[in-house]
Design a binder for this molecule. Structure first.
Ligand code: C2E
Ligand code: CA
Ligand code: CA
Ligand code: CA
Length: 279
């Protein structure tokens, strides 16, 4: 590895080529991954801290690649965003989630809200809200049952368009959640500008909650501010009972994380929900 500049370059080249090759194949494969049945959703339960009730689930995308097995969304979503395949994929996710809600309703589960991740680039589509509503109408699910998660990246390129799109979603009855809250550069200005219903407090503030009084202070402040703006709060990545108890002390409304449950396939989710004490 201790090569000079020229050889160092040669040393890294094959590795980079392999990486590019995989990216290209993933990009090609993504175009019809949904049609081939390679994509599926898992659902991570969300729990209210006061009552302990199951209140919703976040839909998380999985891709079982014929050659590479399970590929992480952290790897393929950015590729889909670059290739443009993300639009069709995001719509597919919303339709799947809506159909899942109907199946769970029919199975006697409580009326849950399913949160879906919508890529930042979509918020520059002026027709996004109508497109999502249309999908729900086809499946006959109310927009009140779907929470659209967005990240701060939505406003990077087209802040005005994003503002309009988010307001339309909100006015149509969709719930809107700001994901990974606290990790970006402009979290506060988002609260002022966008019609948001919920803040998802990023896992980075939860991880060392028990060890760092500074994290307790930050989370407490976020929750207070959110509540005074009539927003609810959900903490992500809760892995221990101690974190859950501390979040309850902070006044946080909901939690999601491995402590409560990992993301589950639909049938496992249904079994999980039915195994809980009824509200
Ligand atoms: P995210 O929206 O912040 O999702 C939370 C991630 O944290 C998920 O990873 C979830 O499995 C993981 N997680 C949940 N609880 C815990 C915990 O207690 N501890 C730890 N260490 N991790 C936890 P996942 O499923 O790999 O998703 C990664 C990212 O991929 C998501 O981050 C989201 O940005 C993106 N993504 C996933 N599904 C979709 C999708 O359908 N559409 C779009 N556009 N993006 C998606
Ligand atoms: Ca999310
Ligand atoms: Ca998140
Ligand atoms: Ca994240």
């Amino acid at each position: 590895v201790k090569e000079d500049g020229r050889n160092g370059l040669r040393f890294f080249a094959p590795e980079m080529q392999a990486h590019t090759q995989r990216s290209l194949e993933l990009a090609a494969g993504l175009k019809d991954a949904a049609r081939k049945g390679e994509l599926f959703l898992v659902y991570q339960p969300q729990r209210a801290l006061g009552s302990g009730a199951l209140v919703g689930a976040e839909a998380l995308l999985r891709w079982r690649h014929p050659q590479w097995g399970l590929v992480s969304p952290a790897e393929f979503i950015p590729i889909a965003e670059q290739s443009g395949a993300i639009t069709a994929i995001d719509f597919w996710v919303v339709e799947q989630a809506a159909q899942q809600l109907r199946a769970w309703d029919a199975a006697g589960l409580p009326p849950l809200v399913v949160a879906v991740n919508v890529s930042a680039a979509q918020f520059a589509r002026p027709q996004l809200a109508e497109e999502l509503l249309h999908i729900l109408q086809r499946v006959d699910v109310s927009p009140q049952r779907i929470e659209v998660e967005l990240t701060e990246a939505v406003a990077l390129k087209h802040p005005e368009l994003a503002e309009t799109t988010i307001r339309r979603l909100h006015d149509m009855g969709f719930k809107v959640a700001l994901d990974d809250f606290g990790t970006g550069y402009s979290s506060m200005s988002y609260l002022k500008r966008y019609t948001i219903d919920k803040l998802k407090i990023d896992q980075s503030f939860v991880r060392e909650l028990a060890e760092k009084t500074s994290d307790m202070a930050i989370v407490t402040a976020i929750v207070r501010m959110a509540h005074s703006l009539h927003l609810s709060t959900l903490a992500e990545g809760v892995e221990t009972a101690e974190q859950a108890a501390l979040l309850h002390d902070c006044g946080c409304d909901e939690i999601q994380g491995y402590w409560y449950s990992r993301p589950l396939e639909p049938r496992a989710f249904e079994a999980f929900a039915k195994g809980l004490p009824q509200r």
